[in-house]
Design a protein around this ligand. Structure first.
Ligand SMILES: [Zn+2]
Length: 432
């Protein structure tokens, strides 16, 4: 099937911040063909024409999420991390059923699509239920099966074997892929981390783990091994291959050297890092060193919105504050972090940009709002996207050329029914 999308402008999601006014995006069988000005577009032929009054952008790529935690949104507000985990999160998670995860992920996936997020990297229990959920909403996901020594879960070696076996069952249509998600160096035994990394390299899977999120998480490891968390990961042969570290807040120059040497990517989660007071990642230094960085919401229990456009603004604001410079991160770079850069960071060059050959994951942003005025030149639209827009401005969304959000509503699932279901399950999980 051939489609032609026309729009007021297209923001392509590259590092330079290219904005194409009076744009045409052609789609053939779910892949992007021509992207450019209408005046230079090839003949539309028999393509179905979709004329959009607003701005067309690539689907946003959420590089780090535990989206089923919409069940715990706002719970334990204001508690320090340790008490928040022990008193609020873990007791609830111990009561989770596979159905809870599927319903919550379906609702969260619809919410993300409504905010323009077409792909998310998920790390949560019952990965096959997460896959079913995104199948229902029409989104994409890279699902890192969590590996974690918790009471009630099988031994770690068994978890790893099962996760590798599950990865082999993924369809090859780019909708769902599975990765390995050993939680972190301070929670997973180091030899198991090494085994998971070796398995990820052998099978070409994404290895996704939390790294240097808090100032103290590495203290015990440093005392025991005399190495920082990144140094320890390198010494256990965990780095190399397709590795994505979430947070990476507390990194010294030597740690960044390792990230460069092994081409480790970072999922930068500014909203979560701010809410939990984890710290401010060295985003500018990472980008200057050529380290791949994507933007993540983190889970909705620590963000709490699943609104990557809002986080784009926060990433820019925090980078500028940290650098005490209004030029520390440009609007173009901030938007790229949520799109093209994020796709690179998760190892998916088929996503994240409006460019020929990539998958046609498209977002139509409604610009009939005062926050999008004035527009002196087309680049102003990009600045407004970063500094003024939120998920609420997303009007329509396509994944692989198929409509999944129309006029702000999911075309696939009933979000009102899902909301009621999530509320009921959340109440049960809170009380046991
Ligand atoms: Zn996380």
């Amino acid at each position: 099937m051939r489609q032609r999308f026309t729009a007021r402008a297209a923001v392509v999601g590259d590092r330079a911040g290219t904005v194409v006014p009076d744009a045409v995006v052609d789609v053939d069988d779910g892949r992007i063909g021509y992207v450019g000005p209408a005046a230079e577009a090839p003949d539309a032929g028999d393509a179905e024409v979709v004329a959009l009054p607003g701005v067309l952008t690539p689907g946003l790529v959420n590089a780090h999420s535990h989206a089923p935690m919409v069940l715990f949104r706002g719970q334990g507000e204001g508690l320090p991390l340790e008490r928040w985990l022990r008193e609020v999160m873990w007791p609830r998670e111990a009561r989770l059923t596979p159905e809870d995860v599927e319903v919550a992920m379906t609702a969260a996936s619809a919410e993300m699509l409504g905010n323009g997020i077409t792909t998310s990297v998920e790390m949560y229990f019952h990965p096959e239920r997460i896959a079913a959920a995104v199948g229902a909403t029409g989104a994409r996901a890279v699902i890192a099966t969590p590996l974690l020594p918790l009471p009630g879960l099988p031994p770690m070696e068994e978890q790893l074997r099962a996760a590798v076996a599950l990865a082999a069952t993924a369809p090859d249509d780019g909708t769902v892929e599975y990765g390995l998600g050993p939680h972190a160096a301070y929670t997973v035994p180091l030899p198991l981390l090494a085994d998971a990394a070796a398995a990820a390299r052998e099978h070409g899977l994404l290895l996704h783990l939390h790294v240097a999120e808090t100032a103290t998480e590495g203290a015990d490891l440093l005392a025991a091994h005399g190495l920082s968390v990144p140094g320890l990961l390198a010494s256990y042969d965990v780095l190399g291959g397709r590795v994505l570290g979430a947070h990476c807040v507390h990194m010294d120059d030597g740690d960044l050297d390792l990230w460069q040497e092994y081409d480790v990517a970072v999922a930068h989660c500014p909203a979560s890092n701010a809410k939990l007071a984890s710290g401010v990642a060295r985003l500018r230094d990472m980008l200057d060193r050529g380290i791949r960085v994507g933007l993540g919401t983190d889970g909705p229990a620590s963000n709490d919105s699943l609104d990557l456009l809002a986080d784009t603004r926060l990433a820019a604001a925090m980078a500028r504050l940290a650098g005490r410079s209004a030029t520390a991160l440009t609007a173009a770079e901030a938007f790229w972090l949520a799109t093209g850069a994020s796709a690179d960071a998760i190892g998916r060059p088929d996503l994240g940009q409006l460019a020929a050959g990539r998958r046609a994951d498209l977002v139509h942003v409604d610009t009939r709002d005062l926050v999008f005025e004035p527009v002196g030149d087309p680049e102003d639209l990009l600045a407004h996207l970063v500094w003024s827009a939120d998920g609420r401005h997303v009007r329509d969304v396509w994944v692989g050329g198929a409509p999944v959000v129309r006029d702000g509503r999911s075309t696939r699932v009933d979000v009102d029914v899902l909301r009621a279901d999530v509320a009921e399950r959340a109440a049960r999980l809170a009380t046991g």
